[in-house]
Design a protein around this ligand. Structure first.
Ligand SMILES: [Zn+2]
Length: 513
């Protein structure tokens, strides 16, 4: 434990005998290092932990987590009209066993006001005596579906809980009018709900699988369960290896295939804890709790909706694993048909790739590797050829040499030449031109590179490559400079390269004494 060792060193260096509660908590929270173990190790060195401070840190962490959860679970405070609802109003959840329920409309609100009816085209909140709609809670999204009777049709597009815990349907009236006191049928979109259930039960199995494979320090730090995927955040100090991910997937799928009955039981909190049910360490629970068991594999306190049998999950596939904060990892995964579709997409990619490479799927990777290697070789070949082409241009360029006040000036513009080849060529030309100045412009893609080289004799006559290059690069939208005998620059306006080269004669005339 290098972090703890660092703390110990710091303490001995500063002559301290007590580890701060903040650091002890960091070890616990971020690195999954139990307090007892920290104490044990410190004791061997006659050091202690500030336990009071540790407990304070723990308490404030719990409060933070609780607040963060309630904010996301409940409707915002701005819907304060719903907070004025009489506490005697009951909105009973019957959705564990039913997805279609006949009930009575108790309260309608619209634009933050209580109303007696809602008309076609309007949006509002509807509360009913009982409901099969699950309100967003514990990471599980709210149900959607229909609300209707003989003279009214509406769509429930979300379901949330008010701060007072009332179940609120967020609806849009599609046809007719709905009044308080009306009888209505509430019908949950069952296909969507089933997908949510698959993901929720899979989350419980995943939680237990993570504890089994990674260790007991793994704790749920958050989760999101909707119709498309599941997201699970947990405490763990390093990213998962490919092997760990494979092992987790395999264990989860194995438990799915066991086709366990998913059982729910109401019991006293103490009994649930005795039975070994996993609970969020920072959550406050009521005395009566609901325990969801997936066979003998997982037992967890949970208010969410689940499949009846783990076999209904069908299939589980992790699609990403990442870190979201120090010591907190996030897994995203798919279940059922969504997982199947994901695997099919992957298979299609391999199939398509193999087709393009005209190879079998089995030979795909070997073929791809050889194509990539071949490409690298070709690239090298092309570069060598370019080099040779540039070298061949030597004589032609030399023939354009002019003499300015006793200095032999050689200029040339070359297409598709990199700076290295440009420098090589300039050097060769310089050695061939006595009293010479060579300035080359290499055009590549959307820029121009200049290289200037002058012989000793030319420099002694006043030639200064740095000064020349600075002035001509400015014409081509760039800058640069260098020594009297050698300079280099780049410009963003390749179309101005020739104009820049033409300017050299004038510059030379002023430079040469
Ligand atoms: Zn749950």
């Amino acid at each position: 434990m290098t972090i703890l060792n660092a703390y110990i060193k710091e303490m001995t260096d500063n002559n301290q005998s007590v580890l701060s509660g903040e650091n002890a908590f960091k070890l616990y929270d971020t690195y999954g290092f139990p307090l007892e173990l920290t104490e044990e190790i410190l004791e061997e060195k006659n050091l202690k932990v500030d336990k009071d401070e540790f407990n304070n840190e723990m308490e404030s962490q719990r409060t933070r987590a609780r607040n963060a959860r309630s904010e996301s679970n409940y409707m915002g405070a701005e819907e304060n009209i719903l907070n004025k609802i009489d506490s005697g109003v009951e909105t009973r959840f019957v959705g564990y066993s039913e997805t279609r329920t006949e009930t009575v409309v108790e309260i309608i609100s619209k634009e933050n006001e209580f109303v007696h009816s809602i008309e076609q085209g309007e949006e509002g909140f509807v509360l009913t005596e009982k409901t099969p709609f699950y309100a967003e809670m514990g990471g599980q999204v709210g149900d959607t579906g229909l609300i209707y009777n003989e003279s009214f049709e509406g769509e429930v597009f979300d379901c949330k809980k008010s701060i007072a815990g009332k179940i609120v349907h967020v609806i849009k009236a599609k046809k007719g009018q709905l009044k308080t006191g009306d009888s209505v049928i509430l019908e949950v979109n069952n296909e969507r709900r089933q997908n949510i259930c698959r993901n929720h039960t899979a989350t419980h199995i995943l939680h237990k699988a993570l504890k089994t494979i990674l260790g007991d320090h793994v704790n749920q730090a958050g989760s999101l369960v909707d119709k498309d995927k599941l997201r699970f955040d947990f405490t763990h100090f390093s990213s998962l290896t490919d092997e760990e991910i494979e092992n987790i997937e395999e264990l989860v799928n194995k438990e799915i295939m066991e086709a366990y009955m998913v059982d729910t039981q109401e019991m006293e909190l103490e009994d649930a804890k005795k039975a070994g049910a996993m609970a969020l360490f920072d959550e406050k629970y009521a005395d009566k709790v609901r325990v969801v068991s997936v066979g003998d594999f997982s037992k967890e306190l949970c208010g969410g909706t689940h499949v009846k049998n783990s076999g209904q999950i069908g299939m589980f596939k992790i699609i990403s694993e990442s870190g979201i904060a120090a010591g907190i990892r996030r897994i995203e995964a798919l279940t059922g048909v969504n997982a199947l579709k994901y695997m099919e997409e992957k298979t299609d990619i391999i199939k398509e790739g193999a087709n393009i490479l005209k190879s079998s799927e089995k030979e795909f990777i070997r073929k791809l590797t050889s194509v990539v290697n071949e490409l690298k070789e070709k690239e090298k070949e092309i570069n060598d050829l370019k080099h040779k082409l540039v070298a061949g241009a030597e004589d032609e360029i030399l023939s354009s040499m002019v003499n300015i006040k006793g200095v032999n000036l050689i200029t040339a513009k070359l297409d598709g030449v990199d700076t290295n080849s440009l420098r090589d060529l300039a050097e060769k030309l310089r050695s061939k031109a006595k009293d010479g100045l060579v300035v080359l412009a290499g055009i590549s893609e959307d820029k121009v590179n200049f290289v200037a080289m002058a012989s000793k004799e030319a420099v002694s006559k006043g030639v200064h490559c740095g000064k020349i290059i600075k002035e001509i690069a400015a014409i081509a939208g760039g800058g640069g400079g260098g020594r009297p005998d050698m300079a280099q620059a780049g410009g963003k306006l390749p179309e101005k390269a020739q104009e820049a080269l033409n300017k050299i004669v004038t510059i030379l005339e002023t430079l040469i004494k």
